[in-house]
Design a protein around this ligand. Structure first.
Ligand code: PLP
Length: 352
């Protein structure tokens, strides 16, 4: 605690992202990035982008990008909000909707950024325990609350709720905003955005970082009722008028335009996930059923921390959380076929 710091800053316990080593070359299976390059159209944007556009401020409304996203999701432009990564969109949403008298609710095991936003914005929260097989139990969300946020599929478990369960959750909580964080939705579950017409308390958040192979771009967005979107704009326009730069907007449009490439990449990831699941099961791992671009696993006899360290020593990074309930699990991002093979070979050596 420095004497110039505010009490708030002194009390923060900031989010720690997965390792991004800048020195050694690792096989990186630790931060759920895509192993495939962005769509070919993205490279064209970078080659042809009129440099003079960078002299000027970008469109503060990101109108073109928002119109394209609205069209893609079958919504009106007034139902779409864009930001500098979905982390920023989520931060604005916490501030816009979750500063309430009652605590907000989220699973005890989920995206560890949520409690960090709560501390930053001084929001109370209660964690609702996943059951023993790491599934969300909707009964825990039937109580007074100031809002609900759930990643679907959940991270780091990879387990998804179906549309019927999401509908039940929304119907149970008409007084609160329910945010469904869909960072991994494209890898095998239904988007709650189909329910936007039915529920004015639903906010769906998606990102270009995982399924669009563009984590470095920092582009995320929210879909929801016009009045929820207006609240996000009010926060954004009180914070930063230009969160999405002109190059990011152009790249975002190009990525969205190539549906065939998008589908091909996610099908490859899903196929590799199924193959990796079989191989890990063959090595004795328990693999939780994943609808995401990662698998969550544990071994009956080998401690996760030592497996993590052993893999790191062999040049492979996976994610290990030293957190209650999951400190004997590893989260492994789906890499290319060759990267998955290298992981299996390294594990065979470590286990033998
Ligand atoms: C990766 C991730 C995000 C953050 O995505 P960005 O758009 O890169 O900021 C948000 N929520 C969950 C659950 C994630 O895994």
């Amino acid at each position: 605690m420095n004497r110039y710091w505010s009490k708030l800053v002194g009390g923060l316990d900031p989010y720690v992202p997965g390792e991004q080593p800048q020195d050694q070359q690792y096989i990186k299976l630790n931060t759920n990035e895509s192993p495939y390059p962005p769509a070919p159209g993205v490279e064209q944007v970078l080659k042809n982008f009129a440099i003079d556009r960078l002299r000027r401020y970008p469109d503060p409304q990101s109108s073109q990008l928002i119109a394209a996203l609205a069209d893609y999701h079958g919504l009106k432009s007034q139902q779409v909000f864009v930001g500098n990564g979905s982390d920023e969109v989520l931060a604005h949403a916490f501030q816009a909707f979750f500063k309430k008298d009652e605590p907000i609710l989220f699973p005890d095991i989920c995206y560890s950024f949520y409690p960090v936003y709560c501390a930053l914005y001084e929001i109370d929260f209660d964690r609702i325990a996943l059951d023993d097989s790491f599934r969300i139990d909707l009964a825990g969300y039937r109580r007074a609350n100031g809002g609900i946020i759930i990643p679907n599929p959940n991270a780091p478990t990879g387990i998804a709720l179906g549309l019927a369960e999401l509908r039940e959750l929304l119907a149970d909580n008409p007084e609160a905003v329910v945010i469904i964080d869909e960072a991994y939705v494209d890898f095998g579950t239904d988007s709650a955005s189909q329910l936007n017409a039915e529920f004015d308390n639903l906010l769906v958040v998606q990102t270009y970082s995982k399924s669009r192979n563009l984590a470095g771009l920092r582009l995320g967005y929210a879909l929801g009722h016009e009045q929820l979107i207006e609240a996000l704009q009010r926060i954004k326009n009180s914070f930063n008028s230009y969160p999405v730069n002109s190059l990011t907007s152009a790249i975002g449009l190009a990525s969205l335009a190539d549906e065939a490439y998008f589908n091909e990449c996610k099908q490859r990831v899903i196929a590799s996930r199924e193959r990796l699941t079989r191989a890990l099961t063959g090595l004795g791992f328990e693999v939780f059923p994943s609808s995401a671009n990662f698998v969550f696993v544990r071994h009956p006899t080998n401690a996760a921390e030592s497996l993590y360290l052993g893999l790191k020593a062999s040049g492979i990074l996976v994610r290990y959380f030293k957190t209650p309930r999951i400190d004997n699990c590893l989260r492994i991002t789906i890499g290319t076929e060759a990267e998955c093979d290298a992981l299996i070979e390294a594990l065979k050596k470590i286990l033998s």
